[in-house]
Design a protein around this ligand. Structure first.
Ligand SMILES: *Cc1c(COP(=O)(O)O)cnc(C)c1O
Length: 397
């Protein structure tokens, strides 16, 4: 059994805070703080440029990639780290289109997908000039996969509602229709068991600053199924994805396997912090994680139904049909979230009317989620949110 008291002790959680926003920015792992200090002084400071070899900075992306691979059911050597998720969506989609059958014109996604994924797809398809981005309601995706579809590009867990796609079933359907499947695991990696191998995904991408606690702007990951890794075209053909970067050849030759998805100089500070953050997962069993995530979210949902019965659940009521978050509708959701934060309960707001709460078993207890629900009940029943300063919108919500 995973010891969740032990994992909690690995994080800095400020006193008086109940943190229900680890789905947006995971908290600081203590090991990350220590690693950052070492990388800054002992590596960058003392070793200077020798650190690329002596501190093994150059292999850091692959070493961290192997640690992320384990959390998403991918074999070692199939995940590359770097850039941001938006960039990795671009790379994965471009590579998927190049592998799709000749003559297909449609990239299929759903209307619940994260805007950046749709923007990036739109921009890429405009540049390529011969494709159409088609979005349908999440429930209609499977039925919309037909012989025109080149690529099915979906986010497994909906960032607003937490609704979970059946990655395996949808991928199978895509493959039967001859299409390539690209999965965004932004709200899946570290949130629930993921098995890209069993699901037979062609490509998967995700970020590491949410449930993986890598810190603000920590690097993204890209998985390429081993069967595609030596033929996939890395549209961003940067020197560090070259077969021999230090040969400085005039022409591009892709590196073997997923290494070709590297682009430029790795973000060493951020990757080092992420590497330390991933220590927290070493003794975590993902089946235990899922069971506890469901227990926490069910405890919260049950308590909210009692303490704040006027709130509508915007997430699937069946815990098996959602990721590790719950969202509730309120016409003044933004102000309610600000009032909660003032009481030490940090969740977030998603336009137009959702308050969103993430359940992260590594550092949350049932006691905390019950207290958070009681505070939410107070904020609603006493109209605590209805004060002018809670309505003023900050730039980041
Ligand atoms: C969080 C998130 C992003 C953010 O992309 P960045 O490039 O890291 O800013 C993109 N897609 C999805 C589905 C997300 O949840």
């Amino acid at each position: 059994m995973t010891d969740f008291d032990a994992t909690r002790a690995l994080f800095h959680i400020p006193d008086g805070i109940i943190y229900l926003d680890g789905n947006s920015l995971g908290p600081l792992p203590l090991a990350a703080e220590a690693r950052a200090a070492t990388v800054l002084r002992a590596q960058w400071g003392d070793l200077l440029i020798r650190a690329w070899n002596e501190a093994e900075w150059m292999t850091l992306p692959s070493r961290v990639g192997d640690r992320v691979a384990r959390l998403i059911g991918a074999p070692a050597g199939s995940v590359a780290m770097g850039d941001t998720l938006s960039v990795k969506v671009f790379q994965a989609l471009a590579a998927a289109l190049a592998l799709a059958p000749e003559g297909r014109r449609v990239v299929l996604s759903d209307t619940g997908n994260f805007p950046s994924d749709l923007y990036i797809a739109g921009g890429l398809l405009d540049a390529l000039g011969r494709y159409e981005l088609r979005t349908v309601a999440p429930e209609e995706v499977a039925a919309a996969i037909d012989e025109d579809v080149a690529v099915v590009m979906l986010t497994e867990v909906d960032y607003r509602t937490g609704r979970l796609h059946d990655m395996r079933a949808v991928t199978e359907r895509a493959h039967r229709a001859g299409a390539i499947a690209v999965w965004d695991l932004a709200h899946s990696a570290g949130a629930l068991p993921v098995d890209v191998t069993a699901a037979d995904a062609d490509f998967a991408v995700g970020c590491t600053y949410k449930y993986l606690n890598g810190g603000p702007g920590s690097p993204a990951f890209i998985y390429v199924a081993p069967r595609h890794a030596d033929v996939a075209t890395p549209i961003l053909s940067g020197w560090l994805g070259h077969a021999e970067p230090f040969a400085f050849e005039p022409g591009y030759r892709p590196a073997r396997g997923v290494e070709r998805m590297r682009v430029g100089t790795p973000p060493v500070l951020a990757l080092s912090v992420l590497d330390a953050a991933l220590d927290a997962w070493d003794a975590v069993d993902m089946t235990d994680l899922r069971a506890r995530s469901i227990a926490l979210s069910e405890a919260f949902a049950g308590a909210v139904a009692q303490c704040a019965p006027s709130l509508d659940l915007a997430s699937p009521a069946d815990p098996q049909a959602r990721g590790s978050q719950l969202s509730f509708r309120h016409p003044r959701a933004y102000a309610v979230v600000q009032a909660l934060i003032a009481r030490g309960v940090i969740g977030d707001f998603r336009a137009p009317d959702l308050m969103r709460f993430g359940f992260t078993p590594l550092y949350l207890s049932e006691n905390e989620v019950l207290r958070a629900a009681a505070i939410l009940g107070d904020v609603i029943s006493r109209d605590e949110w209805d004060q002018p300063h809670f309505h003023a919108r900050a730039a980041v919500t």
